[in-house]
Design a protein around this ligand. Structure first.
Ligand code: MTE
Ligand code: MO
Length: 238
């Protein structure tokens, strides 16, 4: 694809526009004041060739775009903000625990990101509000011995990620999606968001972030999912 084509596709997907599902098999794209219905296959094919700023393809192999999250289930935690606690612990100098209001008093960041579910759907360009895991880490004083991060959630769900993934500028704990408070079924009050790994790594109903020296495969990883979960390498199953 030429640079110009690439630019066109990225323009199409910029945050000024929106993509909204109409019926299965079509998406509606708004740009230049008009509404355009585009066959799924066409958009997916274009996006398959379009590039992200980091040089990766906008749509990882084997994924297709849908307009909004599917609710994928899981064992829920409390929906109440007053019950929320987030523990930052493990290989750190100063472990601590935050209440909801304390989490919100940390430096707030907004990111526009794509998420990719291992079952094949991707949701592009949602706006996420929360706190960077790297900022939570800084406050705790992570030791040099820490090499992995375990995202801990309600009822024992965990997801393991290498520390480099957790320290990226888009790895966050979020409480808002598209400026609205995160709903309970999608992990509210607070979930993790690790956009550059398959979505199972983004633990809903988050309760803790544990820094560890040795890897500790999580809920799905011990059930046959790939330990690393890089969508561009299609690391789906182990
Ligand atoms: N606590 C918890 N987090 C979880 C899960 C879960 O079962 N429990 N499922 C994961 C999987 S497999 C996916 S695809 C996404 C789905 O998020 P959604 O339901 O908001 O779409 O959450 C991830 N986070
Ligand atoms: Mo999933």
């Amino acid at each position: 694809m030429s640079d110009r084509e690439n630019e066109e596709v990225n323009k199409l997907l910029s945050r000024r526009n929106f993509i909204r599902g109409a019926t299965a098999g079509t998406v509606i794209v708004a740009f230049g004041g008009g509404l355009y219905r585009i066959a799924d296959a066409g958009v997916n094919a274009q996006l398959g060739r379009s590039l992200r700023p980091d040089g990766r393809r906008r749509l990882p192999p084997g994924q297709r775009i849908i307009s909004k999250y599917k609710e994928m289930g899981g064992q829920r935690g409390s929906r109440k903000k007053k019950d929320f606690r987030l523990r930052i612990h493990g290989e750190v100098e100063r472990p601590y625990e935050l209440m909801y209001s304390e989490l919100l008093s940390m430096p707030k960041v907004k990111r526009i990101e794509d998420v990719h579910c291992v079952t094949g759907w991707s949701v592009l360009d949602y706006r996420y509000t929360g706190v960077l895991i790297s900022d939570l880490a800084k406050r705790a004083g992570v030791r040099d011995t820490a090499r992995y991060v375990i995202l801990e959630a309600a009822k024992g769900y965990t997801a393991n990620i290498p520390i480099a993934e957790a320290m990226k500028d888009n790895a966050m704990v979020i409480h808002r999606i598209n400026n609205r408070l995160l709903t309970h079924q999608h992990g509210g009050p607070v979930r993790a968001l690790i956009p550059d790994l398959y979505f199972w790594k983004s633990a809903k109903w988050l309760t803790g972030i544990r820094f560890v020296a040795y890897d500790d495969p999580g809920y799905w990883e011990i059930r046959g999912y790939h330990n690393r979960a890089n969508p561009w390498k299609e690391e789906r199953h182990g």
